[in-house]
Write a protein that binds this ligand. Structure first.
Ligand code: AMP
Length: 399
């Protein structure tokens, strides 16, 4: 299928080509024709599938066909500032030379710039729930003219406790509108929200809960006290252009990034405690290649859109299969090959077998030789009390 078969406004087709997209991704192939008819849509797709353009293209097409005014006509709600910024940036590219104006709205930065944008008139508001509700309470913006609503990464919004805020926002929207809800997973609570907000939706789904086929999944059996040394050995043995490393806690993310920097790697970290400008510096540095390594927690990493991530490394095994899929979905985006490395100890066995069940095959086992002098120069983060240091299980096949 080709993009021109959608009969989008010509400028959009020009912009698609300028973005370098040659053919629609599977979610785009399924979602765009439905959304163009104006029907509500439930999109089950993880990040990296091209879901942003899947909702933006029909949205922009509708707005261009509609009547322009000064009130926002489209609202896109996203869980994190990074994702909101990313969507806003994608609107800039896909909506280039159309005259459509968008603003991104989130907390941690001053309100004034956002209020000024509302006053000067915008067509699209891309917002995180909390700050948008603040603006609504202060009557800085009216949502009475909204004809299109998108809820992006709805499962993350649910995880982050945003559902009550979203329900408050929804009360201020006209009932007559098109709504699209995108989510990688559909827990029960979210299904209820979907039933409330969507009117006779069409469901489109791609590779539900199955990571992108372009990712190689590799497992290194290594126990917690040896992980820092193992990580360094893995990094030395593999050419990594941009690596995203996941840890379980913010403290560990910061600690590991500092250790790696001291060991001579260009590493930074993204964790919840950073100010907005620190987050931006870390994100930009990683996107522009000044930092080759980003260490992050699951929450902090949401919304990272660096399409050239070569490796995702699970320094700590995630606590759910969904989290594994989200993490590894950061690499291998849009037909690029990516590699996911997981450092797993004995205690991670049950989670690894659940992940492998979803993958439909075992991860490839690889061994890592740990050099004790490296281990000494790169001390591991303090191990939890209950864990006794074990000998490295190098070469041991699991299961
Ligand atoms: P998303 O799932 O929306 O985060 O998109 C993942 C990445 O794929 C982004 O870097 C997009 O710019 C890129 N992308 C989206 N659609 C296409 C397409 N049809 N062809 C190639 N790349 C795409």
């Amino acid at each position: 299928m080709q993009f021109n078969e959608f009969n989008l406004t010509p400028q959009l087709t020009v912009n698609i080509a300028a973005c370098g997209y040659q053919t629609p991704s599977p979610i785009q192939e399924q979602a765009i024709p439905v959304a163009l008819t104006g029907r509500d849509l439930l999109g089950l797709a993880q990040t990296g599938t091209g879901k942003t353009a899947a909702f933006l293209l029909p949205l922009l097409h509708h707005l261009l066909a509609g009547q322009r005014g000064n009130k926002p006509r489209a609202l896109i709600i996203a869980p994190t500032r990074e994702l909101a910024e990313q969507i806003h940036a994608d609107i800039g590219k896909l909506g280039k030379n159309t005259g459509l104006r968008s603003v991104s709205v989130y907390g941690g930065v001053g309100k004034f710039g956002q209020v000024r944008a509302f006053r000067s008139g915008v067509d699209i508001v891309v917002a995180c729930p909390g700050r948008l509700l603040d603006h609504l309470r202060e009557k800085a913006v009216s949502l009475a003219g909204i004809t299109h609503l998108v809820l992006d990464e709805a499962d993350h919004m649910f995880d982050m406790g945003f559902l009550p805020t979203i329900r408050q926002i929804l009360r201020q929207l006209p009932k007559e509108r098109q709504t699209m809800l995108f989510s990688a997973t559909m827990p029960q609570e979210l299904r209820r929200l979907a039933e409330e907000v969507l009117c006779e939706p069409t469901t489109v789904q791609v590779a539900n809960s199955v990571p992108t086929a372009t990712i190689a999944h590799v497992l290194f059996p290594v126990e917690q006290p040896h992980k820092a040394a193992a990580l360094k050995a893995i990094m030395q043995a593999n050419k990594m252009t941009a690596a995203l490393i996941f840890t379980r806690t913010k403290h560990k993310a910061r600690h590991l990034a500092t250790q790696l920097s001291k060991a001579g790697y260009s590493a930074t970290s993204l964790q919840g405690n950073l100010s907005q400008s620190q987050r931006q510096t870390a994100m930009n540095g990683f996107r522009e290649g000044r930092f080759k390594i980003m260490v992050a927690t699951d929450i902090a990493a949401r919304g990272i859109d660096v399409s050239s991530i070569s490796h995702v490394i699970n320094y700590d095994v995630p606590d759910s299969v969904e989290a594994y899929i989200h993490r590894t979905g950061r690499t291998g985006r849009a037909a690029k090959n990516g590699t996911a490395f997981t450092l797993a100890g004995q205690e991670d066995k049950p989670m690894i077998s659940r992940i492998e069940k979803t993958l439909g095959k075992p991860m490839r086992r690889e061994n890592v030789a740990i050099d004790q002098s490296v281990a000494d120069s790169l001390p591991a983060a303090p191990a939890p009390q209950r864990q006794r240091p074990r000998q490295p299980r190098m070469g041991a096949a699991r299961r």
